[in-house]
Design a binder for this molecule. Sequence first.
Ligand code: PBG
Length: 333
Amino acid sequence: MHEQFPNSRLRRLRKHDFTRNLVAENRLSVNDLIYPMFVLEGENQKEMVPSMPGVERLSIDLLVKEAHLLVELGIPAIALFPVTPATAKSLHAEEAYNPQGLAQRAVRALKKAVPELGVITDVALDPFTSHGQDGLIDESGYVLNDETIEVLIKQALSHAEAGADIVAPSDMMDGRIGAIRQALEHNGYINTCILAYSAKYASAYYGPFRDAVGSSGNIKGGDKKSYQMDPANSDEAIREIALDLQEGADMVMVKPGMPYLDIVRRCKEECKVPTFAYQVSGEYAMHKAAFANGWLNEEQVILESLLAFKRAGADGILTYFAKQAAQLLDTKG
Ligand code: PBG
C-alpha cells in the first residue's frame, strides 16, 4: 500500500529552541521600549494610581532616581506626563508653557542627571485646562483649532528650551505639526524631533490615564470625538499620517495599540516611516486585572503582547510594561 506523506512539515522547525530562534521573523528588544512616566510636584513624593497597579506618580527627585535604573536596564527613552495641581489649571492653559512648569523642570533635571536617556514630552493642553479638553474651547465647549495651535507652539518651544529630545503632539489639531516644526526651526531647535500622535483615536481605553493625570471626570462635553479619530476609520489614519509627515514629523504614532495593530501595519507598509504604537493605560489595566486574578500568566503575556506590536510593524512601543519587560528580556534573553 502506498503511504501518502505530507510534502511539508512546518512542525519540523518548531521542534527545538535553536531552530525556532533561527527562523524567528521578529524579536522584541529593550531598544524598542519607551516608558511613559507621571511626574508630581513636591519632594520625595510617590503616589499609586489605583486603576494602574504598579504605576506610580513620582516627584522629580524620585523620577531622576528611577531614570538611572532605566538607563541601566537599557531603556532608550521615557515619555513624560505631568500631574498638574488643580490650582495651576485655567481656561487658557497658561501653565502649559510656563518655563518653570513641572514638565519643563522635570526635563531639565533629567537631561542634567541622565543625559543619555531620551526624553519625550507630551504636547497637548489637557493637563492644564480647567475643563480637561486638549485645547482652548468656545462658549459651546467646542475645541478651537487655530487658537489652540498658538498655545501648542509655545508649549513645544518651552519643552525644547528645557532640553526635550522629542516633542510629541498628542492633541490632534489640524496643522499643528507644521506650525510647531516652523517654530522650532525659527528658534534654532533644528534637531528637536517631532513624534506626531498622528492616528490617535477617540478611545475609551484612555480612562486610567485620565485618572493618573487627574483629568478624568472633568472633561467638558464628555468626550474628545470632535478632534480624536473615529475608531471606525482606517483610510483616514493614513491621511493623518501623510499630512503629519508632509508637515515635518520625524516619527508617527498609532494609539491605542493592541486593538489598532491593523493601523500600525498599514502605516508601516504604506508610509514606510518610523512607526510607534502606544499600549495605553486601559490595555495595561486589563492585563493587570487578569494577572491579579491569576487568569493570565503575567510574564508570558507581557512579552507576547509586545512582540505582537513588532510583528505588526512597530519600530517602538510606548508601554507601562517597559521596565518589567526590560527586566524579563534581561533574564530570558
Ligand atoms: C492627552 C493624552 C492622553 C493619553 C496620552 N496623552 C489621554 C487623552 O487623550 O485623553 C493617553 C495615554 C494612555 O491612556 O495611556 N493628550
